[in-house]
Design a binder for this molecule. Structure first.
Ligand SMILES: [Zn+2]
Length: 109
């Protein structure tokens, strides 16, 4: 049986920043599976001595958004961060120029 990767998994590489909708946190991808990513979450222990440990978790592809690529076309070239919805995301200059362009004026009669 051939395992087909989840469509959202295409283009994700190790080190990408992903956002988990159910957990509402960001993390970096540590490992990649056909339909999930492994991320390491820093957890501060409440016992002495207080330490941050790295807790590996599996996040399903359905629950995550890759923030390291352009949200519209998936490009990694020339991307910048947009923060106006609460969740920052990245847009490449091609897609953002399309989005920013004012609607064309109707032709003069
Ligand atoms: Zn784009």
């Amino acid at each position: 049986m051939k395992i087909r990767p989840h469509p959202r998994m295409t283009g994700i590489i190790i080190g990408d920043e992903v956002y988990s909708h159910p957990h509402k946190i960001f993390a970096r991808v540590a490992d990649i599976f056909p339909a999930a990513v492994c991320v390491k979450i820093g957890i501060l222990s409440t016992e002495e001595p207080m330490e941050i440990t790295q807790d590996p978790q599996l996040w399903r592809a359905d629950d995550i958004e890759n923030l390291s690529v352009c949200r519209y076309c998936g490009s990694r070239e020339d991307i910048h961060t947009v923060i106006d919805t609460g969740i920052p995301f990245r847009v490449c200059s091609t897609c953002s120029s399309v989005a920013d362009e004012p609607a064309p004026l109707p032709p003069l009669a």
